[in-house]
Each structure stands twice: as C-alpha cells, then as structure tokens.
Design a protein around this ligand. Structure first.
Ligand code: C2E
Length: 350
C-alpha cells in the first residue's frame, strides 16, 4: 500500500490514473470514487491480495456491484484507513499529554514558589516588630495562596478537559474498529472479523475442551438471480439473507459475510442438535418468503440457501475446519441445493 501512496505522488501518478480509468472501462466497472480507489490499489500492486481477488471476480464473470466494492474496501482498504485514524488519535493524545504535563510542571513550579513564600513569611513573622509589618506578611501570604488556588483550578480544568478528550477519542477509535470489522452492505461481521473470531473460538474450544461448530452458507443460483434482476436487487437479497441470519445469531454465535454470496456462522459451546435447528430455521425462513423487486414491484419468488457445517475436532486448525464445512456445503449443492449437510457423517463415509 505504501508503494501505491508513493506512486500517486510521483512522476507515474497520472499514467497510473489513466491506466486505472482505461482498465475499469474495459472491465465494465463504473468509475465511482470508491471503485477508483480500489482499482488504483489493484493496479498499483496487481500481485497483492486485492489484485488476486479482483482477478478472481473478473475471471468468474461476477458482477462488480456496489456491494462488491464495499466488501473489497472493507476487506483490503480499511487497514490503511484504520492506521490513519490511529495516527490521528496518536497526535491528539500527544497534544493532550504534553498540555497536561506542561500544566503539571507549572503547578510544581508554583508549589515550590509557594513553599519559598511560606518559608520567607515564617522568618518575617519571627522578626516582625509591629502590627503593620505582620499585616504585610499576612497580606503577602493571602495573595500567594490565592495564586496557588487559581493555578490548581486551572490544572483541574485542564485535566478534566483532557479526560473528556481522551474518552471521546477512545469512543471514536472503537467505532472505527467496529466499522473495519463490519460488512458495509449487510452489517454482519466481515471476512476479517470472521477470521479473527474463528481463530479465537478455536483456541477457546481447544483450551476448554468445549464444542465448536462452523457453518458455511451460500445462496443458491445467486448469479442467475443477479443476471435476471440486476445487481441492486441482488444486493437487497444479500441484505435479506443477512437479516435472517442476524436474527438467529446472538452471543456467542457469530454470523459473518464471508465472500460474495457466501456467509458463515460460528457456534461456540452448542450441541449438534442446537446447531442443526438454528441452521434449519434460517434455511426455512429464507425459503418461505417471496421477495418483491422494489423498483418495479415484480414478484421475485423465494431464494434458497444451502449450508454445510462441521464440528471442530480436538487439535484441528481453523482452516481445516473451514475446509470441512466448505466440503459439506458443496455436498449440499450437489445433492440438489436448499439443504443442510453435516460434515461428520460425510467424513465417516469417506
Ligand atoms: P430494508 O429495506 O432496510 O428493510 C428493513 C426492515 O424494514 C425489513 O427487515 C422489514 O422488517 C421492514 N420493511 C421494509 N420494507 C418493508 C415492506 O415493504 N413490508 C414489510 N412488511 N416490511 C418492510 P427484513 O424483512 O429483515 O429485511 C431486511 C432487508 O432485506 C431489507 O432492508 C431489504 O434490503 C431486504 N429485503 C427484504 N425483503 C425484501 C423484498 O421483498 N424485496 C427487496 N427488494 N428487498 C427485501
């Protein structure tokens, strides 16, 4: 990414921008600001992960929809955005810390000066011969005390303001972190969040010896649906499927958008029957609702969903578990779609 940033400010910048437009046009991708940003990074680093994913999408003749762009951006661009946000937050923290340490240094100085004033006042009282000189000492002390009080108040206010600023910053960073982990189209966890959650769930299951199931779900004939009704309607269907999954998922279950029309669900500490029931509920609800195309009110019919799931074996890695759940999903597809397959009986048969 850093090389792309440098290229964009170097002699090759305009050449790259022209090439981006040309390649987007020949791939039939609209030059929206987000698409442009994605393609700049793609052509700036064609062999990177983003480049590979774009080539896969183009080779599979998958449409490059707004949803695709959102997903690619969430998956491959936010890292730099997040880094920028963290850098900004670092700058604000630096500023706050140096302003607080200035205030503390000032308070130290004035406390020391106040101490000297008190010492001086003590010896002046001893030598004071009359009421007038005593009054002068007391008045000097009163002034010095008020000064210190004012400075303490200023320090308190500064600390207060800094505490508020740091709390605001923490909240903002938390929001940025959440956004970087969320799929913009469906609001489910994105691939990055899914990967992290699956790793954590595997480590936890290994440590506790508890059950862990992973399901991979895929909308049947989604490409055909997209080609018939258009990408915007396709995106609505993704949102619909996600909303049903989101309702079934709840702590500690995690639902994620895994790729184009592929979703995943992580089920920590649940039994086979509970997982099967939850997946069946999702499959049945999705298949039972007839959707409408909002722009024309055309009846779209129902979409169906295939799923495969696997139970983690002791010592099994996240990627092997995912591979088995994926294989079970393909078994569902080959058996006629709109069904759920458990990987374990499948593996026993093999
Ligand atoms: P959305 O359009 O933002 O709708 C959010 C929620 O508002 C829906 O959640 C539903 O509870 C309610 N809602 C919106 N429009 C209607 C409506 O015309 N009739 C009824 N009865 N309720 C409505 P839900 O059902 O879970 O859907 C989530 C998302 O899935 C929707 O977000 C939309 O993007 C998509 N979706 C669901 N059903 C359809 C459909 O029949 N056609 C299309 N094009 N999209 C749909």
């Amino acid at each position: 990414m850093a090389t792309v940033e440098t290229t964009l400010r170097g002699p090759e910048a305009y050449g790259l921008a022209r090439r981006v437009i040309k390649e987007m046009e020949s791939a039939g991708v609209w030059p929206t600001p987000l698409n442009f940003e994605i393609w700049v990074h793609y052509l700036g680093d064609p062999e990177g992960a983003l480049g590979r994913e774009i080539r896969r999408i183009l080779a599979a003749d998958e449409p490059f929809t707004e949803g695709t762009a959102d997903m690619l951006a969430a998956e491959y661009l936010p890292r730099s955005r997040l880094t920028e946000e963290i850098r900004d937050a670092g700058r604000v923290l630096d500023r706050e810390l140096s302003s607080v340490s200035d205030a503390i240094a000032k308070a130290h100085q004035s406390q020391a000066a106040y101490g000297q004033t008190l010492d001086k006042a003590a010896s002046s009282i001893e030598t004071a011969g009359d009421g007038a000189s005593l009054q002068a000492v007391v008045s000097g002390l009163t002034t010095a005390t008020r000064k210190v009080q004012r400075e303490n108040e200023t320090l308190e206010k500064k600390l207060d303001a800094s505490t508020r600023e740091v709390a605001r910053l923490r909240e903002h960073l938390e929001q940025v972190r959440r956004d970087a982990m969320t799929d913009a189209l469906t609001n489910l966890a994105n691939r990055k969040a899914f990967d992290e959650n699956l790793e954590t769930a595997c480590a936890q299951a290994e440590a506790e010896g508890g059950d862990l199931f992973l399901a991979v779900l895929d909308i049947d004939h989604f490409k055909r649906f997209n080609d018939t009704w258009g990408h915007q309607t396709g995106d609505q269907v993704l949102r619909y499927v996600a909303s049903v999954m989101g309702r079934v998922a709840g702590h500690p279950r995690i639902a994620a958008r895994f790729g184009g029309e592929e979703f995943a669900m992580i089920f920590p500490r649940e039994s086979l029957i509970q997982v099967e029931n939850a997946l069946e509920a999702v499959r049945k609800e999705i298949g039972s609702r007839s959707l409408r195309r909002r722009s024309t009110d055309d009846e779209l019919g129902a979409v169906t969903l295939s799923a495969g799931f696997a139970q983690r074996r002791p010592g099994e890695s996240a990627s092997t578990l995912l591979g088995r759940a994926d294989a079970a999903l393909y078994a569902s597809k080959h058996a006629g779609r709109n069904r759920i397959t458990c990987a374990d009986p499948l593996d026993q048969a093999a």
